[in-house]
Design a protein around this ligand. Structure first.
Ligand code: 13P
Ligand code: SF4
Length: 312
């Protein structure tokens, strides 16, 4: 951007931040932002986090209004966990293609074929699917959750890459759904080989939503929070990062002296980036778009989320 355009944008954002502060007070609202959100949203959030931390914050808040800056299933999970709160999202078109790869009918059919199996569903799923689920998990607790389940057979959905990764850390038989994240699945072995040649002193850190052959190449495998913690605590000064590029905001904040190279220019989730600061302000002004989950679905889905929150 040209200097003048940058200046204008900075001025606009300053005005938007002031308006947001005022609206937050008027509405008694909190802003939750996933680490994949644009910097301008992460900057104003009351809590930045991964899907697990943000679900915990939604369940525990005493604010009247939650503005959930992430994708649709995250707003839904917040509403399920905090049914008496108003949950707003900046843009209701921010969906998750992986969550859309499984539907309740398909899951019911698979359950009928494996009546002894328990269903573990990644939080990246719709409320309808969670309602058919025994226990949810996120990438930060998936192994713990699977091993906590009282069954030898697990139906795992929807992420086949995370499912493959988890299956290496359990004796349970895992029946794995064929879903995937369009963004993480885009990262290839070739991308990593090329980046390593360019940055020979860098460590490669990766999210387990990436393909198994890419995950195998990593110096560290972890959820978004796991990656952030590892990079912050490591003595290494340079990293090739195999997850969504919004994490750069927190990585640079935690370690301004370290260098982070994203492993591919395609590691950008277009759904997460649909949201911007202007839409966050507009959501609080208009109190729209609001998330609704039918009560019967929410009541069933809540059990699977609450079971996850109880796993220690
Ligand atoms: P986490 O926040 O659990 O790391 O999930 C990654 C993701 O893709 C969220 O959409
Ligand atoms: Fe869905 Fe992948 Fe985007 Fe996360 S990064 S919201 S899993 S498409």
């Amino acid at each position: 951007m040209e200097a003048l355009a940058l200046e204008r944008k900075a001025e606009q954002n300053r005005e938007l931040r002031e308006r947001l502060l005022q609206l937050k007070k008027e509405r008694n609202a909190i802003i939750l932002a996933h680490y994949y959100q644009r910097d301008e949203i992460q900057e104003v959030a009351d809590f930045r986090g991964d899907s697990f931390l943000l679900a915990q914050k939604a369940a525990a808040t005493d604010a009247d209004v939650i503005v959930f800056c992430g994708v649709h299933f995250m707003g839904e999970s917040a509403k399920i966990l905090a049914p008496n709160k108003t949950v707003l999202v900046p843009d209701e078109r921010a969906g998750c293609p992986m969550a859309d790869m499984v539907n309740p009918n398909g899951l019911r059919e698979l359950k009928a074929k494996h009546p002894d199996a328990k269903v573990v569903t990644y939080i990246n799923s719709s409320a309808d699917v969670k309602a058919e689920t025994d226990i949810c998990c996120t990438s930060s607790n998936a192994i713990k959750v699977v091993n906590s389940v009282d069954a030898d057979e697990i139906i795992w959905c929807p992420d086949k890459n995370l499912g493959h990764y988890v299956s290496q850390f359990t004796d349970k038989k895992m029946i794995i759904w064929e879903g995937y994240c369009n963004t993480h699945d885009m990262l290839t072995v070739k991308d990593v080989v090329e980046m390593r040649a360019k940055h020979p002193n860098a460590q490669f850190v990766v999210h387990p939503e990436c393909r198994p052959e890419v995950v195998e190449m990593a110096d560290f495998v972890g959820s978004t929070t796991g990656i952030l913690k590892y990079c912050k605590e490591s003595d290494c000064k340079e990293f090739i990062v195999g997850t969504e590029d919004g994490t750069g905001y927190q990585l640079r904040l935690d370690s301004p002296d370290k260098t982070f190279h994203f492993a591919s220019k395609f590691l950008v989730c277009p759904n997460m980036k649909v949201n911007n600061l202007k839409k966050v302000v507009r959501a609080l002004e208009t109190m729209q778009p609001e998330i609704y989950v039918p009560e019967d679905v929410a009541n069933k889905a809540r059990l699977s989320l609450e079971r996850m929150l109880q796993v220690k």
